[in-house]
Design a protein around this ligand. Structure first.
Ligand SMILES: [Zn+2]
Length: 170
C-alpha cells in the first residue's frame, strides 16, 4: 500500500516537472528583452559554434533567436548547404554577414512554393531572380514578400545575423 502511494506521488511529480519545463520554454520563447543587448564578434562566433553540428545533423541550416523585441527580433544563423526559398509576408530580413560566403538570389518567382505557417512560404528554387555574392561584412535588406534563397558554394558555409523586422500588412 505504501509503495503504491509512493509510485503515484512520483508520477505526479514527473508530470509537474514536464509542465514546468513547458511553461519555462514558452516563457523563454515569448520573453522580450527590454534592455540594451550588445554582442562582440567573438561572442557571436562562440554562440554560432554549436550550430555547426546542428546543421550537419539536419538539413545544413541551424539558427537560434538571440532576442525578441516589440516588432522585431534578432537571429544567428549558420548554413553549410543551400537554403530553401523563403518568403516572409509580414517580415523584412536585414542580413549582416559575419563570416563565410554565399550567393543570394532575390526576387523572381518561387518554384513549388507552399505555405508552411501563416505568412510564411517556402519553395525549392527561384525562377528569374537576381544574384549577388555575399561575404563577410555585407549588409542586405530584403523587403517583406520578396522571395530569397541562399546558395552555398560546395565546401563553404556562411554565418550571419538576421534582424527580422515586422512590417505592416500591405
Ligand atoms: Zn528570410
Amino acid at each position: 500500500m505504501e509503495l503504491m502511494h509512493k509510485r503515484k506521488w512520483i508520477r505526479v511529480e514527473k508530470k509537474y516537472v514536464v509542465l514546468c519545463i513547458c511553461a519555462l520554454s514558452l516563457a523563454t520563447a515569448l520573453a522580450q528583452s527590454a534592455g540594451v543587448d550588445a554582442y562582440s564578434p567573438k561572442e557571436l562566433e562562440r554562440m554560432a559554434q554549436p550550430l555547426h553540428a546542428q546543421a550537419d545533423a539536419g538539413n545544413g541550416t541551424a539558427s537560434r533567436v538571440l532576442a525578441n523585441y516589440p516588432g522585431h527580433y534578432t537571429m544567428l544563423i549558420y548554413r553549410d548547404k543551400d537554403g530553401e526559398v523563403e518568403v516572409h509576408q509580414r517580415f523584412a530580413d536585414i542580413i549582416l554577414v559575419m563570416s563565410g560566403k554565399a550567393t543570394l538570389i532575390t526576387g523572381g518567382t518561387t518554384q513549388n512554393g507552399k505555405v508552411v505557417k501563416p505568412g510564411e512560404i517556402r519553395g525549392t528554387s527561384i525562377a528569374g531572380g537576381s544574384q549577388s555574392k555575399l561575404e563577410e561584412g555585407d549588409l542586405v535588406h530584403i523587403p517583406a514578400n520578396t522571395p530569397h534563397q541562399l546558395l552555398i558554394p560546395p565546401g563553404n558555409s556562411i554565418t550571419y545575423i538576421t534582424i527580422k523586422v515586422e512590417t505592416p500588412a500591405s
